[in-house]
Design a protein around this ligand. Structure first.
Ligand code: C2E
Ligand code: MG
Ligand code: MG
Length: 432
């Protein structure tokens, strides 16, 4: 038991051992594990056509590619012949699809064998612990049959052991395609939800929230497509559009003579890490002539925790432009209290979980009060989201919250509704 001499990857015995260990840990933590088994399509033809030495070379290079696409927490192994395996801890089924797609993609680049470019593809079987099997042997049995289904279907694809998973994976791919189409066809729109000063009911700002107007299914909320857009990287294009459109609209309102307001846009993890974030913000602002102080970016705590110093540097660049920077859903992420003082932010947004039951739960009320106090101490603006009833608004106002966003004042209305409601926020409720 140990390593396969040709590729240097763990062999079947070592893999079985590691899977056993991971299953043990996963059981204790109620986590899931995905296993993938992959075989090279028409390997025999390559092997016999180009000779065994070239076949070995292909296996070796594939082993190297495989080690590169998997994460450190994963195990890539060679089972036997042209069969390889990957084990990866997952938090959602989609995670396993991402690994399968990466592996398939990695294989599609040419291999240089005996001076020739050889193209090869894979058939991948997928199974999940604990749904598809309780131990290595059971999982492997399912995997091999899933892999042969992928082969029978023509190769260069993956199949789950459980058939309903195949449907789910297909739906996800379908959704990805439709999101691409939606971008090309301009099917996204922004709704603007006001942030209101509870002392005088004046609108202080707004948040741009994306909706997808699907010609077939009607309006689709961000919860249904933002996660897939995040996974596939499509969020970068969507985010670019959102920022541009929100800036354009904010400036258009100013030009129409309305009192200027600060507009927030949600920035995803992908977007926030992108090298050209700052360039894009600058280009947007200058193309529509909006002063930076009217734009605020909303980010979440979890985006900042990977590499704190890099995140702070990026945040500082946003601030140097003159834009506002807000931590969204505060209190639900890693609650980085120790870092909060170092973050060059302007605003904290109390998550609606803390607002929802301030009436019933005195602990929650205490947390909401503490976040407001913390913001004051750090000289930050504090916005509460999710205020739905008068009691929420009264509580937040009495405890010194600067702005309130919530259904009490207004659901996110479309463009026209926002301005109609903006001057008299109290009346908004009866308009939506
Ligand atoms: P978020 O940024 O925390 O936005 C606030 C969400 O709370 C919005 O949901 C809003 O409609 C909802 N909300 C506001 N007031 C109330 C209330 O009183 N009660 C309840 N129950 N909900 C309230 P929405 O529009 O469905 O957006 C959900 C999430 O999707 C947003 O959470 C944000 O994380 C994401 N999102 C929305 N637009 C974009 C976007 O353009 N780009 C990115 N990356 N994410 C977006
Ligand atoms: Mg937000
Ligand atoms: Mg939020």
């Amino acid at each position: 038991m140990g390593h396969d001499p040709l590729t240097g990857l763990p062999d079947r015995g070592l893999l079985s051992d590691r899977v056993g260990q991971s299953i043990f840990n996963a059981k204790r933590a109620s986590k899931s594990i995905a296993m993938l088994v992959m075989g090279i399509d028409r390997f025999t033809i390559i092997n016999e056509g180009l000779g065994y030495a070239a076949g070995d070379q292909l296996l070796k290079e594939f082993g190297e590619r495989l080690s590169k696409v998997v994460r450190q927490s994963d195990t890539a192994a060679r089972l036997d012949g042209d069969k390889f395996a990957v084990m990866t801890p997952i938090s959602a089924i989609d995670d396993s699809v991402i690994v399968a797609e990466k592996v398939l993609k990695g294989m599609r680049q040419a291999f240089h064998l005996k001076g020739e470019d050889i193209f090869a593809t894979l058939s991948v079987g997928l199974s999940i612990f604990p749904t598809d099997g309780k131990d290595f042997d059971e999982l492997l049995k399912g995997l091999l049959s899933a892999m042969s289904f992928a082969k029978q279907a023509g190769g260069d694809q993956y199949r789950f052991f459980a058939s309903d998973m195949n449907t789910k994976a297909k739906n996800r791919l379908e959704l990805e395609k439709r999101i691409r189409g939606a971008l090309a066809n301009n099917e996204f729109v922004l709704f603007y939800q006001p942030k209101v000063n509870p002392k005088n009911n004046q609108v202080r700002g707004g948040e741009a929230l994306i909706r997808w107007m699907d010609p077939v299914r009607g309006m689709i909320g961000p919860g249904e497509f933002i996660p897939v857009a995040e996974e596939t990287g499509l969020i970068v294009d969507i985010g670019t559009w959102v920022m541009k459109e929100a800036c354009r609209q904010t400036k258009a309102w100013q030009d129409m003579g309305y009192e200027p307001i600060k507009m927030s846009v949600n920035v995803s993890a992908h977007q926030f890490r992108a090298k050209d974030l700052i360039d894009k913000v600058v280009a947007n602002l200058s193309s529509c002539g909006l002063d930076a102080k009217w734009l605020e970016l909303e980010i979440t705590e979890s985006m900042l925790m990977n590499d704190i110093d890099a995140a702070i540097a990026r945040m500082q660049k946003v601030r140097d432009l003159g834009c506002g920077l807000s931590i969204d859903d505060f209190g639900t992420g890693y609650s980085s209290l120790s870092y909060l003082g170092r973050f060059p932010i302007t605003t904290l947004k109390i998550d609606r979980a803390f607002v929802r039951d301030v009436q019933e739960n005195s602990n929650t009320a205490e947390i909401a009060r503490a976040i407001i106090g913390l913001s004051r101490g750090l000289n930050l603006e504090v916005v509460a989201e999710g205020a739905e009833i008068l009691e929420h608004v009264d509580f937040l106002r009495d405890n010194g919250c600067d702005s309130i966003q919530g259904f009490y004042y207004s659901k996110p209305p479309q463009r026209q509704g926002f301005r109609k409601n903006a001057s008299q926020a109290r009346r908004v409720k009866s308009c939506v």
